[in-house]
Design a protein around this ligand. Sequence first.
Ligand code: FE2
Length: 430
Amino acid sequence: MADLHITNATLADGRTGIDVLVAAGRIVDVAPRIDATAARTVDAAGLLLAPPFVDAHFHLDAALSYGIPRVNRSGTLLEGIALWGELKPRLTQEEIVERALAYCDWAVGKGLLAIRAHVDVCDPRLLAVEALLHVKERVAPYLDLQLVAFPQDGVLRSAGALARVERALTMGVDVVGGIPHFERTMADGAESVRLLCELAARHGRLVDLHCDESDDPQSRHVETLAAQSVRLGLQGRVTGSHLTSMHSMDNYYVSKLIPLLVEGGVAAIANPLINITLQGRHDTYPKRRGMTRVPELMAVGVTVAFGHDCVLDPWYPLGSADMLEVAAMGLHVAQMTGVDAMRACFDAVTVNAAKILHLDDYGIAAGRRADFVLLQARDPIEAIRLRATRLRVFRAGREIARTPPATAVLDLPGRPHEVDWRLPPAAGAR
Ligand code: FE2
C-alpha cells in the first residue's frame, strides 16, 4: 500500500487532474486518476502542486541579524559592508546557528526547501563555516542547504583568503565562491576568477561567484568567468551571481558577451529585491534598475534563477523567505509580463534554481523524492500574483508545514461572505 495519494492536482507545466502516488518517501507515479489505495489521501481540489521553492543565492550567516549592532541608516551597499564588518567580530557560533535555524523554519513554512548559502570565509576562525556546516546537518532531514565558500573581502585583497576557501572545501563546504569586482584592480579581479575556477576544477566542485555587482559597465569579470569555464571544461558547473553591470553595458558588447556565456555553459542568478534597492544609487534621474538582462539570457537558453540574497541583514531590512515575492519583483523589474515570461519567473525560483544547484532528486516525477508544495492558486502566474499561501508542504512524502487558506470574511449587504482574490473560474480562462 502506498503512503500518500494526492488527487486532482494541477502541475506547473499546465497538466490538470493529476494524481501523485508516494511510497517510502518517493514518488512512484504521476498520472491522471491513479487507481490505488494509500494510508493517506489529500484532495488537491484542482490547485497547483509545485516542486519546492529553491533559493539559489542567499547569505545565511547574516540573515535575521537586523539591528545588530545597529541598523543600516542609509540603506546603501557601502554602509551594509561597513556594518557587516562591525558585526563579524561580535558573532558567536551559537548565535549564527540559532538565527540560521530560525530562518530555515521560516523557509519551510514558505515551501522553500533548498538554499544555496554563501558563507563568509574571511574570518580566520571560520566561525560561520563551522556554524553553517552544523546547521546543514541539522536541517538535512527537511531542507537541502548547499554552502558556498565566499571570500567577502576578496580572495586576493584579504590575506590568506584563498587558503581559507580551500580549507572550507575540505571541511565540507560544497561550492567555490568569489567576488572579483571587489578586488583592488580589474587585473586582480580577473586573476581571482582564474585562481578560483582552477581551485574548483582541482576539487571537482561547482563555482558561483558574486560577479560584477556594480553599475560600472566596464566591470566585465563575467567575460573572464565564461572564458575560464571554456578553458577548464567547466560548462554546466559555473554560475555568475548578480551580473548587474550587464544592465549598464553597451548593447554591442553584450551581443558578444551573451554567446560567450552560452559557450561557457555559465548560469546566471539575479537577485531582484536586492538589485533594485542597491543598484543605481549613484544615479540621479534617470535611475537605473541594475538587474541583469534576464529575458535576453533566458531567450538564448542560459539557465537563470532568482535569489533572495538577503533577509533582515546589514544590506536589506525586509524579506520573509518568500520566493514568490522574489519572483514577483523579478517579473516587474524585468518587465516580464507576457504569459510565457511570467511562467518563466516561476521557473526561476523552482526548476531553474534546482538545476543550478545540481539537485538531481528534484521535481514532480516518478522516482524522485516526494517533495512538493500545495499552493492556494491554480497556476504559477496566479501563485506569483497572490504570493499564494503554501497550504501544505511535503518533504519525502511527510507533511512538514501547513498554513490555513488566505481568505477575508466580508460583512457587506448583498455581497459574498468571503473573498480569496482568485478570479472566478469563468473569467479566469487562460
Ligand atoms: Fe550575495
